[in-house]
Design a protein around this ligand. Structure first.
Ligand SMILES: [Zn+2]
Length: 313
């Protein structure tokens, strides 16, 4: 938590709406209250310090900045009637009864989701999430963390009941003032500070990844049988758009392997077609003629960029 310097950017008006300090009249005429203690606040819109609300008595009301921010985020989410969900991913490993192993990965991209219905503080058993939204027939819980994060007990309940849930972490962001725009960027449109407590498509992703892992293990077997000299195929690794892309020497020609990602497949398509490659539906690999080997590796090298987590270990 580094909100010691958080100013109060939002306050409650007399009709119960949260207002930004930027949209109210200056001074006491802002007609707003502190949502924590109920005292009148003054809109400070000076030229030196950043704009903020201050208690009219000069009282230091601890956590009023955080509480107002939390209420503002909830109001914004309810009124936006949707949000961008972060990417989802499941990886599975399988070992078949004869010892052959394989891995599979299934993913979904970031995507906007419409809320059909949305409510604040609606209880789910003994638990009261910040937001309960309905997306089609699916319930989605949204927690907005400014000072309080979802604890282990709630997390367990969410996992046990398999309820899709997201936590938006505003407490870690280093800002001391907020506007509706900056808040919208993090709460509605962005994904940087959102993390899944339980993924929306978790169950279908598990099935898909499991199937891919099984296919991978079965493929392993066939290759070992057909490889004449070297049972371990040569493998070169590239990173394109933060994805692993491997060139693997197979007995039937070099292939490109990457975790299944339609956008990446499209990106590689022109290169593969120009090199006489073809898409193999069964193995979900690009296969290309041996003559194009050097060319392909050179082109992939140009596209390849190490992901930041590997550059800064
Ligand atoms: Zn107060």
């Amino acid at each position: 938590m580094n909100n010691a310097s958080l100013l109060q950017s939002f306050a409650l008006d007399k009709s119960g709406r949260i207002r930004s300090v930027e949209e109210v009249t200056r001074g006491l005429a802002c007609n707003c209250l502190c949502p924590v203690c109920g005292e009148d606040v003054i809109a400070r819109q000076g030229e030196v310090r950043e704009w903020h609300f201050a208690h009219s008595s000069g009282a230091d009301c601890p956590r009023s900045g955080e509480s107002a921010l939390h209420l503002a985020a909830k109001q914004l989410l309810i009124e936006s009637k949707g949000m961008v969900l972060p990417a989802q991913q499941v990886r599975k490993e399988v070992v078949l009864s004869d010892g052959r192993g394989g891995t599979g990965e299934s993913t979904r991209h970031d995507a906007w989701i419409d809320f059909m219905d949305i409510e604040a503080e609606k209880p789910i058993g003994a638990y009261r999430p910040d937001i309960v939204a309905m997306a089609g027939h699916t319930m989605l819980l949204v927690e907005i963390a400014v000072t309080h994060y979802v604890d282990d007990e709630k997390r367990q309940m969410i996992e046990d009941r398999r309820i899709p849930a997201i936590e938006i972490d505003l407490g870690t962001i280093e800002r001391h003032t907020w506007t509706w725009e900056s808040l919208r960027e993090e709460v509605v449109d962005g994904v940087e500070w959102k993390r899944w407590l339980y993924q929306m498509d978790q169950q279908i992703l598990e099935l898909e990844a499991q199937q891919k892992a099984k296919d991978d293990a079965l493929e392993q077997h066939r290759l070992e049988k057909t490889a004449k000299y070297n049972s371990k195929p040569r493998r070169s690794r590239y990173f394109i758009d933060n994805r692993i892309v491997d060139v693997i020497d197979r007995p039937y020609g070099p292939t490109i392997w990457s975790p299944y990602d339609p956008a990446l497949i499209e990106k590689l398509r022109p290169l593969m077609l120009s090199a006489g490659g073809r898409w193999d539906k069964r193995t979900k690999n690009w296969i290309f003629p041996k003559e194009a080997d050097n060319y392909i590796r050179e082109e992939l090298g140009k596209l390849s960029k190490l992901p930041p987590e590997l550059l800064n270990p």
